[in-house]
Design a protein around this ligand. Structure first.
Ligand code: SAM
Length: 232
């Protein structure tokens, strides 16, 4: 899911959105079901560096879901480049830096997002579990995992335990299973030797994507990506 950009672009009638990040899933669920209540909570959070660090220090698991959702969106808007990164204990640790994204979404925007999410399932789970239990014939599945490419730091930015190099083989086997169920998939991945070795048997396309949220400017240039699909 991440920011679910493809979902919001396609606006499918039916969809299941999932991510392993419970805080993110809670925020999407809260906006879908209670956009105005989330917005009211967001408005009450004072801006500024002190407030940011106080809010960041709160354990979201100790908060009621709507407050945790407001905290998540607030931190996302006022942190450095909208980045999501945690320390080894799983605590969000991105510093304050509101210059690019520092404003909360409007009430109207949250209502609009909520409307687009109506009737959509939003689940927290490992992607392999979701694929094992939810894929049906003719489904379209979009996978956009963190990149586990040697010598690149980006894949570490989502949390301490998400997606390392060893997960790539499991991903390759998941693609086989999706195809065996006669469903379609589209995977986006860093263009790399590892990816070509593992996924090169499928239809592939090389594309360039603008990176806007990497922590360092040098990583925010146009990245070369590999699209992998079983749609001919
Ligand atoms: C590259 S981002 C997805 C970006 C998304 N396409 C967007 O539009 O913003 C990768 C996402 O995969 C999630 N993730 C990482 N490991 C996962 C796993 N094992 N199962 C499910 N989701 C996972 C991360 O929490 C993160 O939100």
């Amino acid at each position: 899911m991440g920011s679910a950009a493809l979902f919001f672009f396609l606006e499918p009638d039916n969809a299941l959105l999932s991510d392993v990040n419970g805080d993110l899933v809670n925020a999407f669920t809260a906006v879908r079901d209670h956009p105005i209540a989330v917005h009211n909570r967001l408005k009450k959070l004072p801006t500024g560096s002190d407030s940011y660090y106080k809010t960041r220090a709160v354990d979201p698991d100790e908060l009621p879901p709507l407050d945790a959702a407001a905290r998540f969106i607030y931190l996302n808007r006022f942190c450095f480049n909208g980045l999501y990164r945690t320390n080894t204990a799983g605590k969000f640790n991105v510093p304050y830096s509101p210059s690019k994204t520092g404003r909360i979404p409007s009430r109207e925007k949250l209502i609009e997002v909520s409307q687009k999410l109506q009737g959509k399932r939003i689940l927290q789970a490992d992607y392999a579990k979701i694929l094992g239990s939810h894929v049906r014939r003719s489904d379209f599945i979009y996978l956009d995992p963190p990149y586990a490419v040697e010598n690149r730091r980006i894949f570490k930015q989502y949390g301490p335990h998400v997606f390392g190099s060893s997960d790539m083989e499991e991903l390759a086997s998941c693609l086989e299973k999706i195809d065996a169920k006669e469903a379609s998939f589209l995977l986006s991945y860093a263009y790399s030797r590892e990816a070509l070795d593992l996924f090169g048997g499928w239809t592939t396309h090389r594309v360039y994507a603008q990176r806007n949220i990497a922590g360092f400017v040098k990583h925010r240039r146009r990245a070369c990506e590999l699209l992998v699909t079983n749609i001919c």
